[in-house]
Each structure stands twice: as C-alpha cells, then as structure tokens.
Design a protein around this ligand. Structure first.
Ligand code: ZN
Length: 418
C-alpha cells in the first residue's frame, strides 16, 4: 500500500462509520452557509455573488435565498443605477427589521434586558436596579418576565419581532437549571421551565429551542469575542461577579461538564477568610463589590451610587479609595496570573464593575501577572477594560440568540412563517 492508499482507506472507513449526509441536513447546512455569507459581507451581495463565494449552484442559492426571504431573515435591496452593460443584480442583506434576539440578565443588584436585531445592532437596553439577594426566585422571575415583556413590546414598536431569548445568571447552570448561584442564594432553580411558564407575560413562545440559560461570564466573554477584531483571540474575561469567561484561540472553554470559569473561588490565600462557597481564602472574599466599596468607606447597599462615588473619590486621590483599588487589583492579578500560567492567554479583560474602574485596576493586575508568570519577559500580557463595559453580559445574551439564528436558521424558519 502506498501512503496515499492508507490515508484513503482510513478516510473511507471513517465515512462508513459516520452518519451519511441526508438531503435535509444538507439544506440545513446550506441555509446557514448562505445566511452567514450575506451577514459577513460589508455591503449588499447578489445571488450570483453568494453562489460564487460558497460554491453552491445559482439554482440552489435561489431556492435557499427564497426561504430566507420568506422567513424575514434576509431582505432585497434595490439594485444600483445601471452603469454599464447588463442588468444590475438585486442585492441581499440581513434584515435589520424583523426577527430579533432578547437578552436577559439576573444580577445581584439589578435585572436587565436588551434586544439586538439580526445585524447585531443594539435596539433596546433597559436596566432595573434593585437588590435581588434574599428574594425568592419566583419573585425575581416574575419581575424578569415583566421587564422582558416591556422590552419585547418596545422592540415591536420599533419594527422588531423577538423570537428567542437567552438568560444570564451568575452561577452554575446545567440544562436550564441554576444548580447554584451563591450570591443570589439560589440552589436548583429550574429557570428555563419557570420562564417558559411565563411565556405569555414575556410575549415570546419560549421552549427548549427559543430559550437558553447560561453563565453570565460566559455570555459576556462571547460578546467580547464577537466584538474582537482579531480572528481567533485568546483572553481571560473577568466579570463583575468574578466569574471568568476563558476564550482560547477563538473558542469559549466551558469545562468538561460546563461548570468551568469559577475564578472567584480560586484560592489566593490558603488560610484566608471563609468564603460563601465553604472554602477559605477564595479570590471573591478579597475582590468582590462589597469589599471594594466598604474598603473605600462607602455603603454597598446602594451599589450604583457607591460606584459613582468611588470613581469620584479615586479621581480626587482619596487614599482609602486608592488603597482598596490597589488591593482588589492585586488580588485579581494573583488569580489571573495562575490562569495565564496554565493557559498562556495574552489578554486579561476587566468587565462588569471592574470596567469603569480599570484606570486604577490595570496597574496592580498587570504587575502581579508580570511578577508571577514565567513568560512575561517575551510574551507580555495586555490588561484592558471590556470594550462593552458593564452591559457586556446582557448584550452577549441577546447576541447569542442572534448568532444561533444566523448559524442555523433552518429550525427557526417554521416559527418565523407563523
Ligand atoms: Zn469560594
């Protein structure tokens, strides 16, 4: 056997064991291919352009485009004025009016909702402040459904039809159930089922396809990933709840069972203070919002006002504020250095409440990483604020719905036809 024959034999064997590509999955795949190509194009593209770029026949492209037009996912744009010989082609672009994605966020200090249209533009964003700690999950979800309903109606007035939702929660999530959210004091809350029951109030038919629940840091990291100009970025995103979204070469690392990224419970002092999780010396106990605000002499019960005051104090050079920012930055840096040592990430992104404080946090975070990573001399790490600021999570949640539709439009088309 020649080497080529061996390789061919292996390939053939693999194909035999795999599922054959059926007509239906071919259509599903190609619908996504066409929609993604139009979405990625800077301007309107013709059917012939799509055929040329994807390798599909013009007839196939026309059939697929008709389906996408029928679902309102694409729109036709009038051709440019005739300049030369031949008839100018009708252009296609992703619909800015029509199907849209809803993002929802349950945070310790607020509930938030956002709507992105299919082009990824932010069309709605509402934040309702209020301490969610100690409230029953049912009461929180009633409020969340009401906020979602208001946002969906506002989006409808703006010409959008919300067809799916994603909810961000600061906790461990599996199959739509919040296993544990220590800062909310939630355990085994069937969030997807509870919100599905509230579909009428939300104004969207929620089910297993149209509703997902995910960890807040993962959704924020995905938003950061898709906002990145780099093709395959690697970074550690730190959320305000001290969750980590770890992106390695353009892919989010969720962990083997989906529970990865608990940066807040990385040990930074083995004999340190007790943590809510039951362990001692976790990062969270040295760097969370309460620690930060109390350290600066501020009242953490009104965190939004306190955060504004903290920024004012830091700008004025008040020593307690600067010292606590230095301590919190140092604690974040110690934990981030471990992650950098393990995964060789080149960037650390400060998100959530840390984003508006980045001016004071970047130096201590970067210092600890430089001192504690072996590679810092020739592979330095960039520490920066999130490009999306404090809204990264809810925008990321809405964006995950939009990407789900754009990546695999086929299962959404029957919903859109109704
Ligand atoms: Zn802990």
């Amino acid at each position: 056997l020649t080497p080529t024959a061996i390789v061919k034999g292996v390939t053939a064997a693999r194909i035999d064991r795999d599922e054959p590509v059926r007509q239906r999955s071919l259509r599903t795949h190609n619908l996504g291919l066409v929609l993604r190509h139009v979405a990625a194009s800077p301007g309107p593209v013709s059917r012939a352009d799509v055929a040329g770029a994807t390798g599909l026949t013009k007839a196939t492209v026309s059939t697929l485009v008709d389906e996408l037009l029928g679902g309102g996912l694409l729109v036709e744009v009038a051709p440019p004025p005739r300049t030369g010989a031949g008839r100018p082609a009708v252009g296609l672009r992703v619909a800015a009016q029509g199907p849209a994605g809803l993002g929802l966020e349950v945070n310790v200090d607020y509930l938030a909702a956002a709507v992105l249209d299919l082009t990824g533009a932010r069309r709605q964003h509402t934040l309702r402040r209020g301490d969610q700690r100690g409230r029953s999950p049912e009461a929180v979800l009633d409020d969340l459904a009401e906020l979602a309903g208001d946002t969906v109606r506002a989006a409808a007035d703006d010409g959008l039809r919300v067809v799916g939702a994603a909810v961000a929660v600061p906790g461990l999530i599996a199959d739509g159930v919040v296993r544990l959210a220590p800062n909310l004091d939630w355990r085994d809350v069937p969030l997807a089922a509870a919100l599905t029951d509230r579909s009428a109030r939300v104004g969207v038919a929620l089910d297993e396809q149209t509703l997902t629940v995910d960890n807040e840091a993962n959704l924020a990291a995905l938003a950061e990933l898709h906002a990145s100009a780099q093709p395959r970025p690697s970074f550690l995103y730190i959320s305000g709840e001290i969750g980590a979204g770890i992106v390695l070469e353009g892919r989010l690392l969720r962990g083997a069972r989906g529970y990865g990224g608990e940066l807040g419970h990385v040990t930074i002092r083995p004999d340190g203070v007790p943590c809510r999780c039951g362990a001692r010396g976790c990062l969270e106990a040295y760097a969370n919002q309460d620690v930060l605000l109390r350290g600066a002499g501020l009242d953490p019960s009104a965190p939004a006002d306190a955060l504004t005051r903290l920024i004012a104090l830091a700008r004025a050079g008040a020593h307690p504020a600067l010292l606590t920012l230095e301590d919190v930055g140092s604690a974040l840096g110690v934990a981030a250095a471990d992650v950098v040592n393990l995964l060789d990430l080149d960037t650390v992104v400060l998100g959530g409440i840390y984003a508006p404080l980045a001016r004071w946090l970047i130096a201590p975070v970067a210092r600890e990483i430089t001192e504690r990573t072996m590679t810092s001399d020739w592979a330095p790490v960039t520490v920066r604020a999130s490009a999306l600021g404090t809204s990264a999570t809810v925008v990321g949640a809405a964006g995950s719905v939009v990407r789900a539709i754009r990546d695999a439009p086929a299962p959404w088309l029957p919903l859109l036809a109704g």
